[in-house]
Design a protein around this ligand. Sequence first.
Ligand code: 4AD
Ligand code: MG
Length: 467
Amino acid sequence: MESLKRTKIKALLASEPGAEVLAKGWVRTKRGNKQVKFIALNDGSTINNIQVVANTELFDEELIKRITTGASLSVRGTLVSSLGSGQAVEIQASAIEVLGECDPMRFPLQKKDTTLEYLRSVAHMRLRTNTFGAVLRIRHAMAFAIHKFFNEKGFVYLHTPLITESDAEGAGDMFQVTTMDLKNIPLDKKGNVDFSKDFFGKKTSLTVSGQLEGELGATAVGEIYTFGPTFRAENSNTPRHLAEFWMIEPEMAFYDLSDNMALAEEFVKYLVQYALDNCMDDLQFLNNKYDDGLIERMRSVLGIAFQKVTYTEAVEILEKAVADGVKFEYPVHWGTDFQSEHERYLVEKHFQKPVILIDFPKDIKAFYMKQNEDGRTVRGMDVLFPKIGEIIGGSEREASLEKLEARIDELGMSRKNLEWYIDTRRFGSVPHSGFGLGFERLLLFVTGMANIRDVIPFPRTPKNAEF
Ligand code: 4AD
Ligand code: MG
């Protein structure tokens, strides 16, 4: 089989018939009769399989037997017009080599209709399914589009550290990083853990956000974005939370909250449009299999302006809904953080379009948000999407040294550990803003998958770090 170069199945399916070709991939199905076998071959380059037609006279029975679901093949043959429906071309095989056999009794993906829940238990193999092939290709396309978007705007991709000593969001749900022997932890004279003996000489954790370092970058080169893994040890077993997720955090000098909202809206619309333009085969597949409203919903967010509404107005809307008989699991009144049910009510029922909530009570938001004149709200913004709720969280940042320090003190946070951050306000402070897009939340929206564990190859959730 040498000398002929392998062509990927995506390219083969778009080729004119006639050529001698070499394809490699994994068997999805084999069917047929005594004279002829039809093998659906997939190599991951597209959701679509190429049909390999094997005339049994040309191949010995032993070889045909070894061609089972999951086996890997190298197939040489002629690309011919297909008589069957569903594909323009197929391969009339002249030579088939089984590269790797796949024992049908043990292969975890034998059953045709495996549930997503079952597939999570075989996450190392689920990548071989059509569903995860589609998700992985869309995930890749979105990652590429994110870099493309910011590159075209002249943003600098900033790499922020994963190991940090600061809890940017102040939620206290960090994973500690240590090389100390947990059976023999060094203590100081007062009996507290002596972190000076630890690897970094201080208490460190995995980052919950690259924002604080992002602000250092933005106040140096103007506009930056981060795109990296983020870790939160919140014990929320929900379909929208991961312990390890990816976040994109743009941070822009000289942007106020309006500029920030405009960028966020342009950004997500660009990504949704990119998926529609470049991933249609996969979207169609997911639309048909899991969520028949997917493509429609994606299109629906493109043509309209997102609804801007203050937190206070939103509370009034929700309180009115409750008075009118709408039932929420969690109560809502001024000062509470919205639950996903409240967010979805605003987006899906009340406004029927994506919503940007602004001006939150300061007590439910992080220390760095710009304080409003009213003394009780801050210039935060959350972008809420249908079926998901919060997809983006961001704010204009407090640029005043005095106000920032006062807020840090008020919250009982350590100024000492944040001196490096506060320096941005001491030396050439500027108005600036930024936001964080949860990559997997975006992927929920552009794949139609209902559970965040199904849009990341190897999910990390409470009690689950397998594979
Ligand atoms: O709203 P969050 O906590 O905002 C920040 O971290 C800011 N530092 C962002 C910034 O202004 N630069 O998180 C941002 C987004 C959320 O809107 C959500 O989409 C996602 O990150 N997110 C999660 N995604 C999956 N699993 C979790 N546990 C998540 N927590 C937040
Ligand atoms: Mg948030």
